[in-house]
Design a protein around this ligand. Structure first.
Ligand SMILES: Cc1cc2nc3c(=O)[nH]c(=O)nc-3n(C[C@H](O)[C@H](O)[C@H](O)COP(=O)(O)OP(=O)(O)OC[C@H]3O[C@@H](n4cnc5c(N)ncnc54)[C@H](O)[C@@H]3O)c2cc1C
Length: 444
């Protein structure tokens, strides 16, 4: 049986790595860009290793990557961001981020009574008895909650930082999503970890795994342009530089927006209508690398007033810098409701200025020391923002004979974890489908 996987990001590579373990299958991973990794792509610049996107793995001991480590024999090291060096800044004042019991005691964003209340809320989430799961959104819950404004602000801010969204959007995340997400995270003993050596450590191993099976191929610079179902139920897939090729099954592992585009004007287009207008999560990213350490007042600072943060990536992962160097990544959460392009441009310029002001405040003289710099004013963190007005794309749709995975599809966790978990699930579904229907083709 022959399988085509469209997209060579974390999801496509994960699905292919699982499927390539089955000796009955052959397949192709189609990737439109010249490199693998998608939004988790890593590149080298002047001795620095820069992640285009993701750094953090939230709750690694309960994360899908932990299962993949066992299932696929992945080998990697991870390091926890030092919780004592994670701070919140509010009105110019720094205080420990209330990430664990010790930090909650020390922080002054909450009073003693508020700390008791917040700890009780965490316990209720861990015990699966928190009322938030019964509310349509975080906003609805907060409106009904008797907690103080500071406790409410902490809730909003936590959701901003884990979902990479603004407070207005944080209030739109469903109560059920929040209950499930924080149940997992609060039970983790490793809330924020980095994979040492960047995401390439994972994507390289997934690639090697796929290529170890001679019946699998990775096709770079090969965008898929068309899929047609034939009378025999199989699919003819056309990509940029190849003759149309027949496949039995297709997995679409692209952002939802690209899946919608690919299936436009096909018999399956209507099934995607409910998913095509979902909004994505976008942030501004500001990476700067220095030859030597400019300052190291903390390892992560979250600016509660301006909704942006700076990670000192190299404080946790020294492998991403030349010896003695420093790599900072600033990220700002962005609004997406502008009346016109001018308003959007002015907003982004203002965000950039605020980010630079944050660097000025805690890393004085950083401007003179910059060795590498990359600013992206609109990086897509998640193809579907997980707010109640958006819908994640199911892994299978009625009357559509393909599987879907990626960070905009249904799966456990947020961001990269949803890309991994949805792909793992899809690969398992394909394998069980094949076991039941050894003749294979598209009997979905
Ligand atoms: C700035 C930033 C910070 C982030 N931080 C974190 C973080 O700290 N923690 C975390 O967990 N996640 C984080 N993420 C999110 C994480 O990077 C993504 O969730 C994840 O990489 C998505 O993987 P994916 O495979 O679903 O999609 P993608 O990475 O988008 O992969 C899809 C691939 O499909 C290819 N493609 C599209 N159309 C076609 C076609 N027609 N034919 C062939 N190929 C096609 C694309 O080129 C792409 O390579 C961050 C992302 C960004 C941008």
């Amino acid at each position: 049986m022959k399988i085509a996987i469209i997209g060579g990001g974390l999801a496509g590579l994960t699905a292919a790595a699982y499927l390539s373990e089955n000796r009955e299958l052959e397949g192709t991973v189609f990737e439109r860009s010249p490199q693998l990794g998608g939004r988790a792509f890593t590149y080298q610049k002047a001795g620095f290793t820069l992640n285009y996107g993701a750094h953090a793995i939230y709750g690694i001991d309960r994360h899908t990557i932990h299962q993949m480590e066992h299932d696929l024999g992945l080998v990697f090291q991870s390091k926890q961001v030092d919780k004592r060096k994670v701070v919140y800044a509010k009105n110019g004042h720094l205080t420990p981020a209330p990430l664990d019991f010790m930090n909650i005691i020390k922080t002054d964003v909450l009073s003693a009574m508020e700390k008791v209340r917040f700890v009780a809320e965490i316990a209720a989430i861990v015990g699966n008895v928190h009322h938030i799961k019964n509310y349509a959104t975080l906003g609805d819950y907060l409106d009904h909650s008797h907690a103080s404004e500071d406790v409410k602000e902490i809730w909003e801010h936590l959701v901003c930082s884990n979902f990479f969204i603004t407070p207005a959007d944080a209030r739109k995340v469903s109560g059920e999503v929040i209950a499930e997400y924080y149940h997992n995270l609060f039970l983790s003993s490793k809330p924020v970890n980095y994979i040492l050596g960047s995401w390439a450590t994972i994507t390289d191993q997934l690639k090697d795994k796929i290529e170890a099976n001679a019946h699998w191929e990775i096709a770079l610079k090969e965008p898929v342009e068309q899929i047609v179902q034939q009378d025999n139920g199989k699919f003819l897939l056309t990509s940029k530089n190849r003759e149309a090729t027949e496949y039995d099954q297709i997995i679409i592992a692209t952002p939802v927006q690209q899946a919608v585009k690919l299936l436009d004007n096909t018999p399956w287009a209507d099934a995607l209508i409910p998913y095509r207008d979902s909004t994505s999560t976008e942030v501004m990213v500001y990476d700067i690398g220095f030859k030597s350490i400019v300052a190291r007042p903390f390892h992560y600072i979250s600016d509660m007033n301006n909704k942006m943060f700076i990670s000192d990536v190299s404080a946790t992962d020294h492998t991403v810098v030349p010896p003695g160097g420093q790599l900072l990544q600033g990220i700002a959460y962005l609004n997406d409701d502008f009346k016109d392009e001018d308003e959007r441009k002015a907003y982004l310029e203002n965000k950039t200025a605020k980010m630079e002001a944050l660097f000025d405040e805690y890393y004085p003289e950083w401007r003179e020391s910059v060795e590498v710099k990359r600013v992206s004013k609109k990086a897509m963190v998640s193809s579907v923002k997980n707010i109640h007005t958006n819908r994640l794309l199911p892994n299978q749709l009625d009357h559509v004979p393909f599987y879907f995975c990626g960070d905009g599809s249904v799966g456990k966790g947020e961001l990269a974890e949803r890309a991994f978990s949805s792909a793992r699930k899809v690969a398992q579904q394909v394998l069980s489908h094949i076991l039941k229907n050894p003749e294979g083709a598209s009997t979905l």
